[in-house]
Design a protein around this ligand. Structure first.
Ligand code: NAD
Length: 319
């Protein structure tokens, strides 16, 4: 099996490649990544040590580059601009990578008759869910440009499946946490600030609720969808570990210990959804997948990882 993973030098992609190295050691992984700010050089250096991993530095929106690396048995598309705050400031790059990049990949995968195309999407495409949980058939209602670009990509994947018969499927996962996540994202940002004894910024009242899933559980869900999912189908992935941002910040302060860090409320972000929640029953029933990590233990492990891996993050811009 030769797999093309796009965006494999990022947070989830690098975790997936390490998981495949452990659990599917015979698989060859081609990793097409533009190596943006989101790809940490130390993550890339660790991936480079893995046998049967090949890094191709290039852009998913570049048809020539994509054509050169699709001699594979399956594609997992997770290359993306992924930070909501950046999408609010400048959405163009999000549309270029997340939407046009997906279209370029779909076109080449169709031309090559690739037997499996997995699109890695997000629960954010459903928008805010104040009560209950989004099912896979809930309509897209994205609230920010990042989510809108991911929803656009999902619609393209569905269209390519219907009109070209591409055996494509989609996963939509809840908020991830775990090792190798860029400190622009909530959990590592709060952990790093707690470790440095700095204020922990919390948007608004901090009552926004997210379902937190450990990145390894997400990666196992991706593997299950790749191996057992039905073409044309969408699978939600979630852990039923809902927490307010404030509760997450307080838990992090508890795990990091007394450093003088305190919670500081800051102005809320525009369009900030109060709650996301997906119903992951289909993935449990049809893929035999279930998350293994509980949030409290997983968060403690993650805080310990960042405390031990200072060299991984110390050179990055403080956020
Ligand atoms: P990330 O920002 O950590 O990594 C993205 C990777 O994509 C980086 O290595 C970057 O260099 C690469 N990339 C960016 N633009 C590219 C381009 N034009 N061509 C090739 N490579 C490019 O993101 P992540 O958190 O690992 O997310 C991966 C995927 O999972 C994304 O599609 C995201 O929408 C989805 N997702 C993320 C979460 C989450 O909580 N992080 C949850 C659900 C779904």
């Amino acid at each position: 099996m030769r797999l093309l993973i796009t965006g494999g030098a990022g947070f989830i992609g690098s975790n997936l490649i390490h998981l495949l190295h452990r659990e599917r050691p015979a698989w060859e992984v081609w990793n097409l990544d533009r190596l943006t700010y989101a790809a940490n050089p130390q993550t890339v250096a660790r991936l480079a040590r893995l046998p049967r991993h090949r890094l191709i530095c290039g852009d998913v929106a570049d048809p020539v580059c994509v054509a050169a690396c699709m001699d594979v048995d399956a594609v997992v598309n997770m290359a993306a601009e992924s930070h909501v705050d950046r999408s609010l400031e400048d959405a163009a790059r999000f549309l270029q990578t997340n939407v046009l990049g997906t279209q370029v990949l779909l076109q080449e995968a169709t031309r090559r008759r690739i037997p499996r195309f997995l699109q890695v999407s997000t629960d954010e495409v459903y928008g805010e869910v104040l009560a209950g949980r989004s099912g896979e058939d809930s309509p897209p209602a994205p609230s920010n440009p990042y989510a809108a670009s991911k929803a656009g990509a999902d619609l393209l994947v569905q269209a390519w499946h219907r009109s070209h018969g591409l055996p494509a499927l989609i996963t939509r996962c809840a908020n991830n946490y775990g090792p190798y996540q860029h400190p622009e994202k909530l959990i590592p940002r709060l952990i790093l600030r707690a470790l440095r004894g700095e204020p922990l910024p919390i948007f608004g009242d901090g009552a926004q609720v997210r379902d937190w899933i450990h990145v390894e559980d997400h990666c196992r869900g991706l593997l299950a969808a790749l191996e057992h999912g039905a073409p044309g189908r969408t699978y939600n992935l979630g852990a039923e570990e809902e927490r307010t941002n404030l509760a997450v910040a307080r838990a992090i302060l508890g795990h990091v210990g007394e450093t003088g860090a305190r919670i500081a409320h800051v102005a809320d972000r525009p369009g900030h959804d109060r709650r996301y929640a997906v119903d992951a029953g289909r993935a449990r029933r049809e893929l035999g997948w279930a998350p293994r990590h509980r949030f409290d233990a997983g968060l403690a492990e993650t805080a310990a990882w960042y405390a031990a891996e200072r060299a991984w993050w110390e050179g990055l811009e403080p956020t």
